[in-house]
Design a protein around this ligand. Structure first.
Ligand SMILES: Nc1ncnc2c1ncn2[C@@H]1O[C@H](COP(=O)(O)OP(=O)(O)OP(=O)(O)O)[C@@H](O)[C@H]1O
Length: 601
């Protein structure tokens, strides 16, 4: 065929690409004629995959030009070197997913699976990808590249790990595809013998195309019997004229316009549906994910309700009462006025009985002040209380003349330093008990008890029902759980998609990032709503924490949802900036911990 009559599917002109100043593609020119198989050969690291990705547009050239006949992503089928498929999906679901991304009808997908099965012979198509062998996953990956019957097929080492018989069968099929179905195939391979089947071969070394031509022409040119021998001879002559792989600075060339493959439309509901279905499967099939997102919070809500900030009870307080025997207080009644010289009131008993009536404390009498003081070294003791011998008398004198020269009206209380919550609770209860004593004193003396009350009236706008610490922070706990669960849901799905390469493969099939984010948003919002319902049911319904929602249930759920959505976007952002799974986990945990600490928890 005359040169001018040849139609080219792909033209790469003067392509340069470097990483860190080292040229991986060093001025490559290749021309791939339509309806042919073009084999790219070369040692590991010579730049074959980089060249393919530049042709596909997933990587950009630094200089040079790539001209593609195909204009749309759906016209090209790409099989990357790595699997880049979701192990958690079955073979059938994987085909359905990609088929739907390419907007194929269900019937069309079914027919295509049957056709591909005929020549690739998949294992049971209901097997999970993670459970099939390396060679079988390569077959599936190849089928995914062919599912939508593209015009241009780009395959990066498709036959690695596949047995010889099937390899031969695949090449026969490739030849049939180019001859009968007018497809163009670009293929990289390390098996030189199979490259014999290609119409044209390009040998790359150190980013330079050192030879290009049909297998027969190359064999003839190097006067050898086989292609392998021809390449060995070529490589040996190259060794002596080694192309430097050291820093090669690219000459400043004008960057030419490259053809970029486009998606047919930028925002497609059909693709969003396929993505949502895939994410849904990924969520409910991963049992650990399901456990962490749904079951673990339920356990935590339960643990929180049982253990956190409940009303305190059973705390031990050491007591030494010099005024009266502690046991004698049991039958004590406030009767009479302490101002009365003849009254035999012992107000220390009023304090003691008040504390006992709270059912929070276990009062344990000690005989010695020193022993009482030392009792706080025992972690079971939260306080030591001491009442002086003339406590009631001194108290009467203090009330009467505001004078207690001996300091006998002072009860002594030493509190634990170990536990902030317990200390404050005991402090409040002891102060309330003294307040109660004063009131009882005034009642006994027929005075108006209000005269001794603190002259302030507290009125709460809301929160009247809040009785315990757990009641007060239950909403904070729900809010933080919703935030955390949303961020780990979006963050973990996104990072696994990114690192396993399935995101890249989906993007190459036409999906764009906003579609991924929106589909994941649906899933995350559903999980969030389940979270809110379950948490409210456990914390308010089952454990009866008081609900006082002043702005209405809708606003409450909306505010929680907003928090979850913030968590969702933070998760996505962290997944985008994280380069490894570990960084992703550390960042997610760090941000969530900050959220726990900032509200003062
Ligand atoms: N993202 C990247 N950042 C830095 N260097 C890269 C990157 N991608 C590829 N390289 C480097 O570019 C060179 C060419 O890589 P490429 O994957 O194209 O080789 P290859 O010819 O396909 O090798 P193989 O046959 O082993 O797959 C390698 O040295 C590789 O380390």
């Amino acid at each position: 065929m005359a040169e001018e009559n040849i139609q080219y599917e792909v033209k790469v002109i003067d392509a340069f690409k470097s990483y860190g100043g080292i040229n991986v593609l060093n001025g490559i020119n290749i021309n791939v004629p339509t309806c042919t198989i073009y084999g790219l050969l070369g040692p590991s690291g010579c730049g074959k995959s980089t060249l393919l990705e530049c042709i596909l547009g997933t990587k950009t050239l630094d200089f040079g030009c790539i001209d593609l006949k195909a204009k749309y992503l759906k016209d090209v089928g790409y099989m990357p070197q790595d699997l880049c498929l979701e192990g958690i999906l079955t073979i059938k679901e994987t085909f359905e997913y990609f088929g739907r991304i390419y907007k194929m009808s269900d019937q069309n997908i079914k027919t295509r699976i049957a056709e591909l099965n005929e020549f690739l012979q998949f294992p049971d198509i209901n097997s999970y990808i993670k459970e099939i062998s390396g060679g079988q996953s390569k077959q599936v990956s190849l089928a995914v590249a062919l599912i939508h019957d593209p015009k241009l097929i780009i395959l990066d080492e498709p036959t690695v790990g596949i047995d010889v018989l099937l390899r031969q069968k695949i090449w026969v099929e490739f030849i049939k595809m180019t001859k009968q179905l007018k497809k163009t195939i670009i293929i990289t391979t390390h098996y030189i013998e199979e490259a014999n089947e290609a119409n044209c071969i390009g040998l790359i070394r150190n980013g330079i195309l050192v030879e290009e031509g049909s297998p027969q022409n190359i064999i003839t040119k190097y006067r050898r019997n086989t292609l392998e021998e021809a390449f060995l001879s070529l490589c040996c002559s190259q060794e002596t004229n080694e192309i430097s792989k050291k820093k090669v600075y690219v000459q400043r060339k004008k960057k030419l316009n490259n053809t970029r493959l486009k998606s047919e439309n930028n925002f497609d509901l059909y693709r969003i549906k396929a993505l949502t279905k895939k994410y849904f499967r990924m969520c409910y099939r991963d049992l650990w994910f399901f456990f962490i997102v749904i079951c673990l919070p339920m356990i935590q809500y339960n643990n929180f309700s049982i253990s956190f900030g409940q009303n305190i009870n059973g705390l031990s307080i050491a007591i030494k009462n010099d005024e009266v025997n502690y046991l004698d207080c049991r039958n004590f009644n406030v009767n009479g006025c302490i101002a009365d010289e003849n009254s035999n009131l012992t107000m220390s008993c009023v304090v003691v009985n008040y504390l006992v009536s709270l059912n929070r404390y276990k009062l344990i009498e000690v005989n010695d002040f020193e022993v009482g003081e030392l009792s706080l070294n025992n972690p079971n003791y939260m306080a030591f209380l001491h009442f002086p011998k003339a406590y009631t008398r001194a108290l009467a004198k203090y009330i009467d003349s505001h004078n207690d020269s001996d300091g006998e009206s002072l009860a002594y209380a030493r509190l634990t330093m170990d536990n902030f919550v317990f200390r404050n609770q005991i402090k409040t209860d002891v102060l309330n008990s003294i307040n109660y004593v004063l009131k009882q004193t005034l009642i006994g003396c027929a005075s108006n008890p209000k005269s001794i009350s603190v002259p302030i009236k507290f009125k709460n706008l809301y929160g009247n029902e809040v009785k315990s610490l757990a009641n007060s922070i239950v909403h904070l706990f729900i809010a933080l759980s919703v935030f955390y669960i949303s961020s780990i849901t979006s963050g973990n799905i996104m990072i696994s998609e990114k690192l396993e390469g399935s995101l890249r493969r989906s993007i190459f099939a036409g999906v764009n990032l906003p579609e991924c984010v929106l589909s994941l948003f649906f899933i995350s919002t559903i999980i969030q709503l389940i979270q809110i319902i379950v948490s409210c049911f456990i914390l308010f319904g089952y454990y009866s924490n008081p609900v006082q929602i002043t702005s209405g249930l809708f606003t409450y759920v909306l505010v929680l949802s907003f928090l979850g959505w913030v968590g969702y976007f933070i998760g996505i952002f962290i997944a985008i900036i994280s380069k490894t799974q570990l960084t992703n986990i550390f960042l997610l945990t760090g941000v969530s911990l900050t959220q726990f600490i900032l509200p003062g928890m």
